[in-house]
Design a protein around this ligand. Structure first.
Ligand SMILES: [Mg+2]
Length: 249
């Protein structure tokens, strides 16, 4: 029996950086009424608030929801009307500087990102427990992002180059154009371990749903846990999955 369902965000519950659709928000609230739910993604908490929390109907049972922003580097629960931080593995100023330098050097050496050209918003964003490099900028249009690296080749090249410069950190593929860097050992597997521990739920009784459960994909780390997995190609498939779960729950 599944006691906890953990969702990836972009590409799984929503299109990149978009809010939950009305239909998805309604289904998500129904799910919260019958089971524990969590969302784990590379975005920081404000991004979760915009994409997940704001669109939910008022009656949604938020006490059944756990949020793990920045790929599990932070963990929030809802208590007495507000989101309370359970932990955050923040990067120090010195670490931020080291990571930014490595990102810029890797961008230059691979020739994949030219920082002298204009981007849609910041290319390097500090998110507390994580730093994210977005090739086209944080606010790039979805269509541009999807076209940039459909085969993952560019992201793998950037990831490998940055990882070689930062052996003391975890370097992973984020979204369609991005690379995420956290403290070493912090990834979605870390977040799932922490979450299941705190809720007292065995990992084998939890289900992870993501759109990048492939080798090199940004959900790959979850295979280091004992969690069950379900791969989806897009939010429409996640809708079907939630609907079938609700009919059997
Ligand atoms: Mg995804």
């Amino acid at each position: 029996m599944t006691k906890l369902i953990i969702f990836d965000l972009d590409g799984t519950l929503v299109e990149s950086k978009q809010p939950l659709t009305e239909h998805m928000a309604a289904l998500f609230a129904q799910l919260l009424a019958v089971t524990r739910v969590a969302v784990i993604s590379g975005g920081a908490l404000p991004q979760f608030m915009k994409q997940v929390i704001a669109p939910l109907p008022d009656e949604a049972n938020l006490s059944h929801l756990s949020l793990l922003p920045t790929s599990g580097a932070a963990f929030y629960e809802y208590h007495a009307g507000e989101w309370k931080k359970i932990y955050e593995e923040r990067l120090s100023e010195k670490e931020v500087h080291t990571i930014e330098t490595a990102m810029r050097e890797a961008a230059k050496e691979t020739g994949l990102i030219d920082f002298s050209t204009k981007a849609w918003g910041e290319r390097i964003e500090y998110r507390g427990g994580q730093i994210t490099l977005s090739a086209l900028g944080q606010q790039a249009p979805l269509v541009e992002k999807k076209e940039w690296d459909p085969t993952h080749t560019k992201r793998h090249a950037l990831q490998a180059n940055i990882a070689a410069r930062l052996p003391e950190f975890s370097v992973g593929i984020g979204g369609a154009t991005s690379i995420d860097v956290t403290k070493r050992g912090i990834d979605k597997a870390y977040g799932i371990h922490k979450l299941c521990d705190r809720l007292g739920i065995a990992e084998s009784e939890a289900l992870y749903v993501g759109d990048e459960l492939v080798k090199g994909g940004n959900d790959e780390a979850v295979y280091k846990t004992d969690i069950q997995t379900k791969s989806v190609n897009n939010p429409a498939e996640t809708v079907k999955l939630i609907e079938s779960f609700l009919t059997t729950a």
